[in-house]
Write a protein that binds this ligand. Structure first.
Ligand code: AMP
Ligand code: GLY
Length: 430
């Protein structure tokens, strides 16, 4: 079968690399792709937010399955359009993807379906927002309603900061994405990411992962898209996972289906493990990046049958069989360390040459997934993005996986690149 994958990050490179290992797959096409994806299959120069262009490309390629990596095409309705054309698509409808593209919608849905999350209010009026802040205590959590490329959440330590941030957001700090804002209670605990592959009814749970969002070691500095990850994350023990299933995922899937917007694709459940049990921090409508890299690296079986059944329906009651094809039981501990461009998440230079990627990839258990890379006129690999490479390793345990990942990181010759040296600090013994 032929697959068309939408996206250009290390998440998509890892997905393509994994799907390409399936005996069912002949070719994985990507749009727009990157130099790493180009080693897996042909790339087409159509941007992930150009849904007219992507629809045309799909009609040309006639793939047996379309897999949508990032959130923007989902929010723009790519899955709906392609399904209307008769294609099988792994990725939710625009309506269901509002669980990510509107924080207010997502919080209302959780409230309606009785799913545990932080107490909240939705505001488009500054006076009402301030009146609600009067009822809360520091720290204050403010979120732009719409997609803001991961920058739309502010934790304000003081009331003055919270007022200033609310004013800035409602006066267009994030454009239309902050015409409305969500203010919510601050939750304390450890975070984890849980990924559920679903056709809207059945649910396949991948091993829990943990991301590292802050740019600096010791979880300091500004938030990024994610600087590293590992799985499995022991914070999500069996009892916690059972509560996530019963109190969060099952009511969400049931509620969304009952309200005429069945959720199909991967549901990313960002949780806080609090003293009162797991609570939802956020939902996303896609795989996490860099969590996806560790999940793809750690899975030893075939993920393609599961992607297909989620796209076509029929998972419910057959979860065990599809989990066995993926070999969920045989999941290998995996770690990923992001090499980022000096200056990220602020501004950074483009065009520095990166060497040593092959040597890094030759370390036992290691694969290097590309994000913001390109190839220049001389054929040299160059850095063009903020997050540039995801150095990913498996091992018999997480210590071995991290040891391999950092050994490979040290073989990459790119003076203006940096990484966090403490990824996995909660679980590493060495
Ligand atoms: P989000 O984009 O909603 O995941 O928010 C980004 C980050 O902000 C999360 O990963 C958390 O670390 C933090 N955060 C968001 N909401 C809350 C909350 N209600 N309480 C504590 N931390 C939060
Ligand atoms: N790793 C966080 C995200 O993908 O949103």
């Amino acid at each position: 079968m032929n697959i068309l994958l939408i996206g250009s990050g290390a998440r998509e490179h890892a997905l393509a690399w994994k799907m390409d290992q399936s005996a069912l797959v002949d070719v994985v096409h990507s749009a727009p792709g990157n130099p790493g994806l180009n080693q897996v299959g042909p790339c087409f120069d159509v941007a992930a937010d150009d849904i007219d262009g992507l629809e045309k490309l799909t009609l040309q390629i006639e793939p047996d399955l379309v897999v949508v990596g990032p959130e923007v095409p989902l929010a723009l309705g790519l899955s709906d359009r392609l399904r209307a054309r008769g294609f099988d698509v792994f990725g939710p409808s625009a309506e269901a993807a509002r669980l990510e593209s509107s924080k207010g919608f997502s919080k209302d849905a959780m409230e309606k379906y009785g799913v545990p999350t932080a107490r909240f209010g939705r505001f488009s009026d500054i006076t009402l927002a301030k009146a609600f802040l009067d009822t809360m205590q520091a720290p204050f959590v403010l979120k732009a309603d719409g997609l803001a490329a991961g920058k739309g959440v502010v934790i304000a330590q003081t009331r003055e900061e919270a007022d200033a941030e609310a004013e800035a957001m409602l006066s267009g700090k994030f454009g239309a994405a902050s015409n409305e804002l969500v203010i919510e209670e601050f939750m304390t605990g450890e975070e984890a990411s849980i990924f559920v592959m679903t056709d809207g009814e059945g649910a396949l749970y991948l091993p829990a992962a943990q991301d590292h969002k802050c740019v600096g070691e010791g979880d300091t500095g500004p938030n990024t898209g994610g600087m590293g990850a590992y799985a499995p994350a022991p914070i999500v023990d069996e009892a916690t996972l059972a509560r996530v299933k019963a109190e969060i995922v099952e009511p969400m899937l049931k509620g969304m289906a009952a309200d005429g917007m069945p959720y199909q694709g991967v549901l990313y459940v960002g949780i806080m493990v609090t003293d009162d049990g797991p609570k939802v921090v956020e939902f996303n409508a896609r795989f996490g990046d860099p969590e996806c890299q560790v999940l793809m690296a750690g899975l030893t079986g075939d993920i393609v049958p599961a992607l297909l059944i989620c796209a076509t329906g029929g998972l419910k009651g057959n979860e065990e069989a599809f989990g066995a094809l993926m070999d969920l039981e045989g999941f290998q501990p995996a770690a990923t360390v992001i090499l980022a461009n000096e200056g990220y998440p602020g501004s950074y230079a483009k065009g520095a040459v990166i060497k040593g990627v092959e040597e890094a990839g030759a370390v036992e258990g290691v694969d290097v997934f590309h994000a913001g890379t390109d190839v220049d006129d001389t054929g040299a690999l160059i850095a063009t993005g903020g997050r540039v490479l995801a150095v990913t390793a498996t091992g018999v345990d997480l210590d071995q996986a991290f040891g391999r990942a950092y050994k490979a990181v040290d073989l990459v010759d790119w003076p203006s690149g940096f990484c966090r040296r403490d990824i996995g600090w909660r679980v590493r013994k060495t």
